[in-house]
Write a protein that binds this ligand. Structure first.
Ligand code: HEC
Length: 146
């Protein structure tokens, strides 16, 4: 009996969940004037390693669009943008900018980008040199936000 087969149900459910809409768009319009400004090498690190979850310009490769992976990606992007969204950085209050600058150094050493993300997106891995650059940038940033 096909209806008793594990694979029949597995595949049916797998196909069915693809129709559950994912409501976090990869791209959102925002004013380019609000985007973060930083030295060129910092921007290129942020774009490569952080923009997928902390900007309005996320890119979802095909495997990020397949449920249930897409649900996890959606949550990362939604929560990541809440913490800091580099696309609208300049519209933030100083307090929020400072909060981020404060957390940055520790975050990149302990858990940013997230290991579960790096597994599928190895190009986002930060080298030790890049971690150091980001950390120093964060410390400078903290000083400049008054
Ligand atoms: C796969 C998605 C993803 C990527 C890529 C990512 N982040 Fe995050 N980030 C999140 C999420 C989700 C949170 C909020 C939940 C949490 O703190 O775990 C967060 C939180 C943070 C925080 C706040 C931490 C705290 O202690 O409150 C900082 C700072 C941060 N990210 C920096 C970065 C930087 C810098 C990069 C790039 C080097 C990066 N993130 C890449 C998803 C991501």
């Amino acid at each position: 009996m096909i209806f008793k087969s594990f694979w029949f149900w597995f595949i049916t459910v797998f196909i069915a969940i693809q129709f559950i809409p994912v409501d976090v768009p990869a791209k959102i319009e925002s004013d380019p004037k609000d985007e973060i400004e930083a030295p060129k090498e910092i921007i290129s690190i942020l774009k490569r390693s952080c923009y997928d979850c902390h900007s309005n310009e996320s890119t979802y490769p095909w495997y990020d669009r397949v449920a249930p992976v897409s649900w996890i990606v959606k949550d990362h992007v939604k929560n990541g943008r809440k913490v800091v969204n580099f696309s609208i950085w300049k519209s933030y209050e100083k307090k929020k900018q400072k909060f981020f600058a404060d957390k940055l150094g520790k975050a990149i050493i302990i858990r940013m980008p997230m290991p579960s993300y790096l597994w599928l997106h190895p190009k986002a891995t930060l080298s030790n040199v890049e971690k150091k650059l980001l950390k120093e940038w964060g410390e400078n940033l903290k000083e400049t936000i008054k």
